[in-house]
Design a protein around this ligand. Structure first.
Ligand code: FMN
Length: 503
């Protein structure tokens, strides 16, 4: 067959729209592909969605209810960023979420907190008590009893004999060993403990053997926030293959679905993820840059200026002592450098008192803007209310005291960013991945270049529509067509144009 044409932009777009109709270009036939065709139909059905698209949780309410709700309204999944919040704050949001239309497509985050097991248990309990039926479980290395309890409570035996879990779990993972735990039934030891505690009966424990811990696994590649910096192109196939192996072993009635996150910010990236077999795509960094996010205008403006290389790894506040890192924005803030310096000081010194005088003076002047003793007083008061054991340990153990003081800076740096504290701009901690730069590049020259135009659902619908269009372009290429590069691109469109285009 002869490659039929070098397709010009207008002619190609005229030929490939409407996306839902078979296109004939010369001798080539391109099958329909609408944005709502992309991904796994079971994912859409299970969560009541039109599109296989999810906005991931972003801590401290950065993925606000407004953000999650706007995605749900458009037929996508939205997760509220409950990490870092106390149960009473989360409960207020649950009240509001449950009053919204499409509330079943709004999920809540639960984050593994080995340092604060009571908090994790209280959050899981809250979700059960308040009938939150979808959670995003993140940062787990090992499963925890509260998470297993959430999953197995209310299991039902269907007339078909299959077991149905009313509590849906989407787990975010970047490692095979963690994914294995979520793609397997809940561990027997936890089930036994729950039976012994009278939390579940023996029949529920038996039913639990027939369901995986998670319905959905998000393979998190190089992303904003906590990340192992894995490339999506290697991580996703590994997770899909693992799922297939474990499905063969356990024969679940509904195989675990595997979605892709990390670096998805453009139609091209989404099309590639779906082509690799992703059940759904999840975004994060780009949603923080949208008007509905719970961060500040100052941060949104900084994010709009970021290039792909303007990110860096920096110590994480929650697992500082372990040397765990998070990906943050580098451009326009000194946070990554300063937090890295604090970690180095922590590693090489035994106490605040042992720091060289000049070094301590620098920290007090530039980082804390207060004497270390004042910061310790604030930190101690905070922990006496929230987790007294930490404060007591800090009193006994000078190295731990130093860690808590340094973690004060890391925690405040996120707060300053979220509230847009003008005087602390150089210290903003803004979790962000290279996706942000890729998005800015794609948005350049379009209405989405302006941060005030960035609405999560408009961005998402552009990505999904563009992905469907590019999938059709790929169909042309697969049949030997020569496609002009300009035609193989999808520029952002305003919502009314998208709606017209989609019919
Ligand atoms: C500001 C920010 C905060 C985040 N906080 C959380 C969180 O609390 N829980 C979680 O599961 N994932 C969190 N993530 C990860 C996102 O949910 C999402 O999986 C990730 O950002 C996708 O990669 P991307 O940043 O390349 O789009 C966060 C990401 C960002 C950018």
């Amino acid at each position: 067959m002869n490659p039929p044409m070098p397709a010009g932009l207008d002619t190609l777009q005229d030929s490939l729209f409407p996306l839902g109709e078979t296109a004939r270009i010369g001798e080539i036939v391109v099958p329909p592909c609408r944005p709502e065709h992309l991904g796994d139909p079971d994912f859409r059905e299970a969560h009541g969605l039109k599109y296989a698209y999810a906005g991931g949780s972003m801590a401290n309410g950065i993925s606000s209810l407004r953000l999650a709700g706007s995605l749900a309204q458009e037929g996508m999944l939205g997760f509220f960023g409950a990490a870092g919040l106390q149960p009473d704050e989360i409960e207020k949001t649950i009240d509001q979420a449950q009053a919204l239309p499409k509330s079943t497509s709004i999920g809540f985050n639960i984050i593994n907190s080995p340092n604060e097991p009571n908090l994790e248990a209280a959050v899981a309990d809250l979700y059960l008590r308040r009938g939150v039926r979808l959670i995003e479980a993140s940062a787990y290395l090992d499963l925890s009893l509260p998470l297993v309890r959430y999953r197995v409570k209310g299991l039902q035996r269907l007339p078909t004999g299959d077991v149905f879990a009313v509590n849906r779990v989407a787990a975010k993972v970047s490692r095979v060993e963690v994914a294995t735990r979520f793609m397997s039934p809940p561990p027997e030891s936890f089930l036994r403990e729950l039976v012994n505690q009278g939390d579940i009966d023996a029949e529920t424990a038996r039913m639990a053997e027939a369901v995986p811990m998670a319905d959905d696994i998000t393979a998190e590649a190089d992303s904003g926030g906590h990340t192992d910096n894995r490339p999506a192109i290697t991580l996703l196939p590994t997770m899909l293959a693992l799922r297939d192996r474990l499905q063969e072993k356990y024969c679940f009635a509904r195989p675990v679905r595997v979605g892709a996150a990390g670096g998805i910010a453009t139609p091209t990236a989404a099309a590639a993820a779906f082509a690799m077999g992703a059940a759904y795509v999840m975004t994060g960094s780009i949603n923080q840059a949208c008007v509905e996010s719970g961060t500040s205008e100052a941060v949104r403006t900084m994010l709009a200026e970021a290039g792909q290389a303007d990110v860096a790894m920096a110590p994480a506040a929650d697992m500082f002592e372990l040397g765990v890192k998070v990906q943050v924005l580098k451009r326009g803030t000194m946070f990554a450098m300063r937090a890295g310096k604090l970690y180095d000081i922590y590693r090489t010194n035994e106490s605040l008192e042992a720091l060289p005088v000049a070094q301590r003076a620098t920290l007090e002047r530039d980082y804390f803007r207060a004497p270390c003793d004042d910061i310790w007083r604030l930190t101690r008061e905070y922990f006496l209310k929230r987790d007294p054991a930490q404060a007591e340990r800090g009193e006994r153990d000078p190295k731990h005291k130093m860690a808590l003081v340094f973690r004060w800076y890391l925690g405040q740096a996120s707060r300053w960013a979220n509230i847009g504290e003008p005087d602390r701009k150089v210290d903003y901690q803004v979790w962000c991945g290279p996706a942000m730069g890729a998005f800015n590049e794609w948005a350049k020259g379009s209405f989405l270049e302006d941060p005030s135009e960035r609405r999560a659902a408009v961005v998402a619908l552009n990505i999904m529509t563009g992905a469907a269009y590019l999938t059709r372009v790929h169909g042309l290429r697969c049949q030997g067509a020569r496609v002009e590069p300009r035609a193989a691109a999808f520029a952002p469109r305003r919502i009314e144009d998208l709606r017209k285009l989609l019919g």
